[in-house]
Ligand binder design. Structure first.
Ligand SMILES: [Zn+2]
Length: 309
């Protein structure tokens, strides 16, 4: 970055820090709902929201700056079109409600940074990648805190793409296949819900954990009834022996951990053909997703989504 640009950014941030009265006329701070702000070098994009929903897209970035060495361990393939998928879901929320979810996306290709891992595996010692990782997770924390302050809760949806053989979405609540393969009675008795991304919601509403997770009216049920197969759901309660993504670093740290009160959510792993391959299919997924999330949340939180005026 040039010295001039550094000085411009510094002076702009100093001016923004002034109280509004008496401050010189400046462009409005770009934090109104629907407006985007960017981290250093525009590697992280945050669209500010006013709904309790926080959408994240860690693996949809395409930038491969030479200043960051390629990662040499772990998965380096991107989840194609998942950033576009997140934007389609945000657009559908806006269309329905007149309001914006929060959206945080990494623009770095996964070969440079994997924001859905701990910083060591994510950045593999590259300082610019480490900085981007910190900005990405700070943006998520900021969005979740803003949603909790405004609505009393936040719901995090981390969007991914899988290449597994079965064309169904995999709902990651930070519970693995062995945990989900248990019967409902065993699952409930083991209180596994307290390890999951729905721990705060369950503490609030009670009831059978298996109902909340995969019973009638669960997110999996709402997706399935909207025409998108989902596991876990009443229709497909368990991964059984099939490959299954249980939820990664992002949902585990920001939603399932004991120090994330009032934050729930899940990871959604999507198949490609018929779901995220074309703009038309992404729009259809967005409609089903917004249907599912608004129904699930309206039924379980003291919250009513606004209707577009
Ligand atoms: Zn992914």
């Amino acid at each position: 970055m040039s010295l001039l640009r550094r000085l411009l950014i510094l002076s702009a941030s100093l001016l923004w820090a002034l109280p509004s009265h008496g401050a010189p006329a400046l462009p409005a701070l770009a934090t109104a709902p629907g407006q985007a702000t960017f981290g250093t070098d525009r590697y992280v994009e945050q669209i500010h929201g006013d709904l309790p929903i926080v959408l994240t897209a860690p693996h949809g970035g395409r930038l491969k700056p030479a200043a960051i060495a390629n990662r040499t361990e772990g998965v380096t393939d991107m989840d194609a079109n998942t950033q576009e998928l997140a934007r389609a879901v945000a657009a559908e929320f806006l269309q329905r409600t007149g309001h914006h979810p929060h959206l945080i996306a990494s623009h770095l290709h996964r070969v440079k940074l994997d924001p859905n891992r701990d910083i060591k595996e994510a950045a593999q010692g590259q300082p610019l990648a480490e900085r981007t990782w910190m900005e990405y997770h700070a943006a998520i924390r900021g969005a979740l805190a803003a949603a909790v302050a405004r609505h009393g809760f936040a719901f995090l949806v981390d969007l991914h793409g899988h290449g597994h053989p079965i064309a169904r979405i995999e709902l990651g609540y930070a519970l693995d296949a062995a945990q989900l393969n248990q019967t409902n009675a065993a699952f409930d008795a083991a209180e596994l819900i307290t390890l999951s991304t729905l721990r705060d919601l369950h503490a609030r509403v009670g009831g059978k954990p298996s109902d909340l997770l995969r019973g009638p009216g669960s997110l999996g049920d709402l997706f399935a009834r909207g025409g998108i197969r989902a596991v876990p759901s009443p229709q497909e309660p368990q991964p059984d022996g099939n490959p299954f993504f249980s939820g990664g670093y992002t949902v585990r740290v920001h939603a399932a951990a004991p120090d994330t009160p009032k934050v729930d959510g899940l990871q959604i792993e999507t198949y490609r053909t018929g779901l995220r391959d074309t703009a038309e299919n992404r729009a259809r997924f967005a409609r089903v997703t917004v249907d599912a999330l608004t129904r699930f949340i309206a039924a379980r939180y003291a919250y009513t989504f606004p209707a577009k005026p």
